[in-house]
Design a protein. Structure first.
Length: 332
């Protein structure tokens, strides 16, 4: 592994100052390090415009960023809170069960003890061509996507262009369904970005996955309280039922008017370069009896898919898992 300097920030302001003072170097902020250190840096995943870090700034030493704050209108979770912290918080479990389910489905208990919410949301793609040192793909500054002609069984069926990664974060899929927003700090100041706008697909910028600039980092995630009577659903299908990333996952949070769909969100993981909101399914359900129309509505996901040579099976899985997740949320 390449050598690096490590700084422990104690406040958000100090972390921003460290970013500013190291602006001429390859600098990254650090959460649990299970991906950045244990994956990207250890495996020398680098490319044009993507150098290995020379400086790391540890955010887990910032007390405010490890806290979970509950108020009457929302819950704010520090980006440096561990996944175990999220899972074991009773208020989070009561208000946002799908976030706890998603966090519980991540990796192993040991990794969840170290891995942070912010790290899980902002982790780099798990595409084996991106991670492979012998492949100079588009995301590493190259001029080819090896998934186009190679083994693409786990790649994107929606929204791929130039690059066909799938977003690896389970918690991001749940948080998009919960209408969360990210709080961001950086050299240029602070800002809030809704999860609807937080993720960046290859059509917009093939080298990035989020709106974060080089000198910015996520500080917190804020989730508004759900409306009374909200129904929640979470399903994750994995190749192996332990420690794996999603082939397809579905998160939903919705309200009813009687038996009819009133409002809500359906989001998918494992199918797109960004956590994907299935608005085409939501629109097909709006104002209609959910149980009577869910099969036809879920099938609408087929109208936005564009599978590759080896991953067409994901289209059937996505439609089936949407139907299953909604029905389970209804209690039957």
């Amino acid at each position: 592994m390449r050598g690096f300097d490590l700084y422990d920030a104690t406040t958000i302001t100090e972390a921003v100052d460290l970013l500013r003072n190291n602006s001429t170097k390859a600098v990254k902020v650090l959460g649990g390090g299970t991906d950045l250190v244990g994956g990207v840096m250890k495996d020398w995943v680098a490319g044009k415009g993507m150098p290995l870090p020379e400086v790391l700034i540890d955010l887990t030493t910032i007390k405010d960023m490890t806290a979970i704050k509950i108020d009457s209108g929302s819950v704010t979770i520090g980006a440096a809170a561990t996944l175990t912290d999220v899972i074991e918080n009773k208020d989070v479990a009561e208000r946002f069960p799908i976030l706890v389910q998603a966090a519980t489905s991540v990796a192993s208990p040991l990794i969840r003890n170290f891995g942070t919410l912010g790290g899980n949301i902002n982790q780099r793609p798990r595409c084996w061509f991106f991670r492979g040192e012998n492949f100079s793909c588009y995301k590493k500054g190259g001029d080819f996507c090896y998934a186009v002609t190679g083994d693409n069984r786990y790649h994107a069926i929606i929204g791929g262009e130039l690059c066909y990664i799938v977003h690896p974060s389970d918690t991001a899929t749940a948080l998009l369904a919960l209408n969360a927003k990210a709080k961001i700090a950086g050299v240029g100041g602070n800002r809030d970005v809704a999860f609807d706008s937080y993720f960046v697909g290859p059509r917009e910028d093939v080298l990035r996955e989020t709106v974060l600039k080089k000198d910015e980092f996520m500080t917190h995630v804020e989730i508004p309280n759900p409306a009374s009577g909200t129904k929640f659903g979470w399903t994750k299908l994995k190749d192996r039922q332990v420690y794996d990333f999603a082939i397809v996952s579905v998160a939903t949070a919705f309200t009813l008017d009687g038996s009819n769909w009133k409002d809500g969100r359906i989001t998918l993981g494992g199918v797109s370069p960004v956590p994907y909101r299935a608005k085409v399914v939501e629109d097909a359900l709006k104002g209609k009896d959910v149980k009577a129309t869910i099969k036809q509505a879920a099938a609408q996901i087929r109208t936005v898919t564009r599978p590759m040579s080896l991953n067409g099976y994901k289209v059937d899985l996505a439609a089936s898992l949407i139907e299953r997740t909604i029905l389970e949320a209804l209690g039957g």
